[in-house]
Design a protein around this ligand. Structure first.
Ligand code: SF4
Length: 409
């Protein structure tokens, strides 16, 4: 009898670290010091690594990609540079794959938009951050409010699916400023919105200034107010919330991000990129490329010393002592703050933990803050996603090893 099995559907992330200027809050792998030769060398290393990932991982497992995401850095600086990657990937991309490219407002020219469309990119994600002059100055963005108006208006004509990124709770931002930002963003009818609470990463200029108390972040209460303002405003505009930082119009949930929240494998390549791939254990491998451009370009080659995935260069593997505990922490942390929720069957299957609610968690179940569906999916009410760290800690106490719960015969 002949049976057809569906291929495993994974994601693919490709990091492009080049930027025109550096923003003072940014903690991604990025550089503003580059020239055409460096870019050519970077893409050539990407081609070589992609070939290896395809040969050693995707082909043996029959993997197809349901999403391809170009993140950065500023992938929007380039168009023709992606041609070879698309040629290499053509046999592996699902026909309806979501293909996203991150861009900055200044990259949105009619020529670039047409070029991305021609390559097969079907979703653009734009780093707006704020429409307020003082906010753009604080965040050291290289665009002006006027440039935002002219460039963003090109998007709806070119793409039917596009995301705008905004940042909230920057010092000096009032709730009124934030509401104006939300109004301004929605005026461009984005199909998706990503709203991030500003963080002060230690290695960034604003992180250091924050550490030295030169700038103050708003109180946690005000940050929560900003979050709640976004929730209620976007609900009135027909947006649904899929995660603590992500909203979408019906039909436009972000497929790539959803992989991260649902324990689906994804290959990642490029400076600083991290991926998650199966290795025969229930928790898989997490790996990360070196963050610095020079370190990435001078990585020893080849990446794999044999056909087995376990032979990936050991320097790339993030946790050598990975186990059920690390998997549980990471899965509950990501799934709990999304509308997909925490799948208890998966927890029973992978680290083999049963769900035994503590009195505190039971109370949350009784009051409806947590809900447990017939399909054994535990979902946290969206207004609580903002406090995910506290909830995650409380929930992790509810998963003792199954052997300690089921009496032995
Ligand atoms: S926020 Fe974007 S544009 Fe700014 S430095 Fe970071 S990656 Fe580059």
């Amino acid at each position: 009898m002949h049976t057809t099995q569906s291929p495993p559907l994974w994601g693919l992330y490709i990091h492009i670290p080049f930027c025109s200027e550096l923003c003072h809050y940014c903690d991604f792998a990025k550089t503003a010091r580059w020239d055409d030769a460096t870019v050519a060398q970077y893409f050539s290393v990407l081609h070589q690594h992609l070939a290896e990932w395809l040969t050693h991982v995707a082909v043996p497992r029959g993997v197809r990609f349901t999403s391809l995401y170009f993140g950065g850095g500023t992938p929007g600086l380039f168009v023709r540079e992606y041609e070879t990657l698309f040629t290499m990937l053509a046999p592996y991309l699902m026909p309806d794959a979501e293909i996203t490219l991150e861009a900055n407002p200044k990259n949105l020219t009619p020529e670039a938009l047409a070029g991305w469309q021609k390559l097969g990119i079907n979703r653009v994600s734009v780093g707006v951050q704020t429409f307020e002059e003082k906010g753009l100055r604080f965040l050291t963005r290289d665009h002006t409010p006027a440039q935002l108006q002219s460039t963003l208006s090109l998007l709806p004509k070119a793409f039917s699916s596009y995301n705008l990124d905004l940042i909230y709770s920057w010092p000096g931002q009032s709730l009124e400023d934030w509401k104006r930002d939300l109004e301004a963003a929605v005026a461009f009818s984005p199909t998706h919105l990503s709203l991030y609470n500003l963080t002060y990463a230690p290695q960034t200029p604003i992180g250091r200034a924050h550490e030295r108390k030169l700038i103050q972040s708003p109180e946690e209460e005000s940050q929560a107010e900003f979050y709640e303002a976004a929730q209620s405003f976007l609900a009135t505009k027909g947006y649904l919330q899929e995660e603590v930082s992500n909203w979408y119009r019906p039909g436009f949930a972000a497929r790539h991000n959803a992989l991260y929240w649902q324990d689906v494998p994804y290959i990642a390549l490029g400076a600083g990129a991290w991926g998650y791939i199966p290795d025969g254990t229930p928790w898989g491998i997490r790996y990360q490329y070196p963050k610095g451009l020079r370190a990435f370009l001078s990585m020893p080659s080849p990446l794999f010393s044999g056909s087995a995935l376990a032979q990936i260069q050991p320097d790339l593997v993030m946790e050598t002592q990975r186990d059920g505990e690390s998997w549980l922490l990471e899965y509950v942390g990501a799934a709990l703050r999304s509308h997909y929720g925490v799948n208890l069957s998966l927890i029973l299957e992978k680290p083999q933990r049963a769900f035994v609610p503590t009195p505190w968690v039971q109370q949350a179940l009784d009051t409806g803050v947590l809900t447990l569906s017939d399909a054994q999916v535990l979902t946290l009410a969206p207004q609580e996603w903002f406090r995910e760290t506290a909830w995650c800690g409380a929930l992790l106490e509810c998963f003792p090893p199954i052997s300690s719960v089921i009496p032995r015969p």
